[in-house]
Design a protein around this ligand. Structure first.
Ligand code: ARG
Length: 459
């Protein structure tokens, strides 16, 4: 039999494979709530404008609530023959309210309908990220608060560079996630224009009120161009871009947790709740959540690339290609929310191994820069010469199998006779970090000031 939505000019129904490739109900049912909310607003507007009667609009709006409750209760019979969420909902509405349901689609197309539903779904995901990120940031700030003066090695090239504070490292990620938060907020405000009323592509001759539906659905305004409104998906791409950058930050932190929780580093102990054991090696505490998080991030990058690929060759306006915008965006959003929640849990529960951190910070000649700076400050050496002298002292210590603070003053004075006993003050890691008071530097005093600021902002 021919299709009941457009069967007027069709003699037979679609091939089974045609139906299989065409159907999106397997995934776009996730937009049921948005679809129904949008339809209810549309029906109310049609009545307010005298395009349908109040009686019909009321029946439609009530019927849509019934459909929603059936869907939410899990007893809705989804039909692939009805293709997508829009037609599934409308077909069921027709069963419930009768012919009046047929008036709902006046002055509307599935093109503006799907653009609306998807936009609202993505907007919800922005809100979810905007809600989740401050919780992760608070967990990082709590770590920074506890460890404002715990010393650890700071790395470049994953080689010991200079001692830094644990708190400073935690606040570095807080800054990154704060920018991510800003990106989700920016994306949300830019996407907050309603496509509803663009109809198929050209607008409609019915006297609709797009301001009314936009307002009812929480949009700032209706989108100004109907062709643009039905055919662009940059709102989803912006969400995926913000998600990708955030995911990249999450993945770097996950990578650090994997390294730090190893027996070789022992910088951090993940709690039992965030570790897994091995069925054969009893000593194991594996950081599976951090590893999976690191891996899942690839799905988010993939979704962004996939959607760019779908869109890049499409002439205006709607093409069915665009149905492929949703599945990977859904998956990316799920992956992001899971990753944010897992990272918040791991960070909140983890314990810095302060003794091991300090021991690591003190090895690897981490205060060589402090020594060179001392030679400049106290002896007036040009930095390049101070660098050379310090290099010789490092070599001396390395050859003797000791660290810089273990050299005797006599040994040092062979390399440069001007060195005095006061040099030992700058060779300790605590003095080193305490001296880094330049704005943005790692000194515990700076960290405490920043922690206070973050607590205020996050309150
Ligand atoms: N399921 C479709 C999608 O996701 C809805 C829009 C269909 N529009 C159309 N003209 N066939 O894109």
């Amino acid at each position: 039999s021919s299709n009941k939505m457009w069967g007027g000019r069709f003699a037979t129904g679609p091939d089974a494979i045609m139906e299989a490739i065409n159907a999106s109900i397997g995934f776009d049912r996730r937009m049921a709530r948005q679809d129904i909310e949008g339809s209810r607003a549309h029906a109310a507007m049609l009545a307010a404008q005298g395009i349908v009667t109040d009686t019909d609009a009321e029946a439609i709006r009530e019927g849509l609530l019934t459909v929603l409750s059936e869907i939410e209760a899990g007893d809705f019979a989804w039909s692939a023959a009805l293709e997508d969420i829009h037609m599934n909902v409308e077909a069921r509405l027709t069963e419930i309210v009768g012919p009046a349901a047929g008036r709902l689609h006046t002055a509307r197309s599935r093109n503006d309908q799907v653009a609306l539903d998807f936009r609202m779904w993505v907007r919800d995901q922005c809100d979810a990220a905007i809600d989740a990120l401050p919780r992760l940031m608070s967990a990082l700030v709590a770590q920074a608060d506890a460890g404002a003066d715990w010393v650890m090695p700071g790395f470049t090239h994953l080689q010991t560079a200079q001692p830094v504070t644990w708190g400073h490292h935690m606040l570095a990620y807080t800054e990154m996630f704060a920018r991510d938060l800003g990106r989700f907020r920016d994306a949300r405000s830019r996407m907050n224009e309603s496509p509803l009323g663009a109809a198929a592509l050209a607008g409609t001759s019915f006297p609709i009120d797009r301001e009314m539906t936009a307002k009812a659905l929480g949009f700032d305004r209706p989108a100004a161009n109907s062709l643009d409104a039905v055919s662009d998906r940059d709102f989803a791409l912006e969400f995926l871009s913000a998600a990708s950058i955030c995911a990249m930050h999450l993945s770097r932190l996950a990578e650090e947790l994997v390294i730090w929780s190893s027996a070789q580093f022992r910088f951090v102990r993940l709690s039992d709740r965030w570790s897994t054991g091995s069925s054969i090696m009893p000593q194991k505490r594996n950081p599976d959540a951090a590893e999976l998080l690191r891996a899942k991030i690839g799905r988010i990058f993939g979704a962004q690339t996939a959607l760019l690929m779908v869109m890049k060759g499409l002439p205006l306006t709607y093409s069915k290609d665009m149905q492929e915008d949703k599945e990977q965006t859904f998956d990316a959003a799920d992956s992001l929310m899971l990753a944010l929640a897992a990272m918040t849990g791991m960070v909140g529960d983890m314990t810095a191994q302060t003794d091991d951190l300090e021991a690591a910070a003190s090895s690897g000649f981490s205060t060589a820069t402090d020594l060179a700076d001392w030679l400049v400050r106290e002896l007036g050496l040009p930095f390049r010469e101070a660098h050379h002298v310090t290099g010789s002292l490092v070599k001396l210590a390395e050859d003797a199998g000791i660290d810089l603070p273990d050299l005797t003053l006599e040994q040092m004075r062979i390399v440069h006779p001007g060195i005095t006993g006061a040099v030992f003050d700058v060779l300790g890691v605590h003095n080193s970090v305490a001296s880094r008071t330049s704005f943005g530097g790692t000194a515990p005093a700076n960290v405490r000031a920043q922690v206070a600021l973050w607590k205020e902002r996050l309150a």
